[in-house]
Ligand binder design. Structure first.
Ligand code: PMV
Length: 319
């Protein structure tokens, strides 16, 4: 086992966007997600003063907690669990004096994987502190346990794409397949400004599925079909086919009932500005909209989306 480092150990993890297949992926259909490196979570771990215990601080939120003290602010609970389970996994014992600090530029509750990214950065920094390197699959599994606290019944796609940092084709219970894209994609990601609670939206979809099982199973099958076609188009670099598949996926998400007026207005604005295809990304009812655009059009689509009252816009390239 490695000795703790004198210097601070640092690690980071990217945000993510689901290109195809959200919600259906919870019901064992496939989905495709990509890392978004323009936004990141960072974690720093250093030795704390003697007998200080393990302190965790979320710098942006002004939250802090010392492990073992009365319950932390709710948002810190997953981080406390991430620290404990990583220490257990590393077999280093919980009686450490550590200062753990996390910060993130990933908007919270917008479908960009902020919870998974903070967990992955923290797990890696903690392992780094003890001079240990965890494999992406170990990191992903540890982060999945944390995702359960955020989401209840996560499919596992967020922790997978964030831990591996490459485009993935994901199906629950199967090994992820890493995709190398046949042609680069330019995505414009627009924040509706409306928080989207994954846990809540996933629970509402479940209720609807219980009530109208046959209809929802058919919708999930249709989404699964879109994902399979998208995987082939992605590998072959057929960007325009991908764009129409995004539109098709958005239509199916509307039928599931997870779109919203704010999402629709950004989808329309993106299309008006010349985006080839656009859809919500993540749980929906708000959160982010992703638009596939020609590289040279990205700035213009960004300006249009800001005029349509997007709370923020990121341009990213998938390659
Ligand atoms: O974390 P979000 O908001 O990107 O949502 C994840 C996508 C869902 O399919 C709705 C849930 C899941 O666990 O896959």
């Amino acid at each position: 086992m490695g000795e703790p480092r004198e210097m601070a150990a640092q690690a980071w993890a990217p945000g993510k966007a689901i290109l195809f297949g959200e919600h259906a992926v919870v019901y064992a259909r496939p989905a495709i997600a990509v890392p978004v490196n323009q936004v990141q979570a960072e974690a720093t771990v250093r030795e704390g003063p003697p007998a200080s215990g393990i302190s965790i601080r979320a710098r942006d939120l002004g939250w802090s907690h010392v492990l073992g003290r009365p319950l932390p602010p709710e948002g810190l609970l997953p981080l406390a669990v991430a620290v404990e389970s990583t220490l257990d996994h590393l077999r280093v014992g919980r009686g450490q004096d550590l200062e753990v600090v996390v910060q993130s530029s990933i908007p919270i509750a917008r479908g960009l994987g902020s919870g998974a990214a903070v967990a992955v950065a923290l797990i890696r920094a903690l392992a780094g502190h003890f001079q240990r390197e965890l494999s992406p699959s170990e990191v992903s599994e540890l982060a999945y346990e944390v995702e359960k606290l955020h989401h209840g019944t996560p499919s596992g796609i967020d922790n997978t794409v964030v831990a591996y940092g490459v485009p993935v084709y994901f199906r629950r219970g199967e090994a992820p397949v890493f995709l190398s894209v046949g042609a680069p994609l330019t995505l414009v990601i627009a924040d509706s400004g409306v928080p989207s609670s994954t846990k809540l939206v996933v629970a509402l979809v479940r209720q609807a599925w219980i009530q109208e099982r046959e209809r929802f199973e058919a919708l999930f099958d249709a989404i699964g079909g879109v994902v399979e076609r998208a995987r082939a188009a992605l590998l072959r670099g057929r960007v325009r086919d991908l764009a129409s598949l995004m539109d098709e996926n958005q239509e199916l998400l509307r039928s599931i009932g997870v779109s919203s007026p704010e999402v629709e207005s950004l989808v329309e604005a993106a299309k008006r500005a010349g985006a080839w295809g656009a859809k919500l990304s993540g749980a929906g009812y708000g959160g982010n909209v992703i638009a596939l655009v020609a590289e040279g059009e990205a700035e213009r689509v960004r300006a249009e989306l800001l005029r349509a009252e997007a709370a923020g816009v990121i341009i990213t390239r998938v390659e």
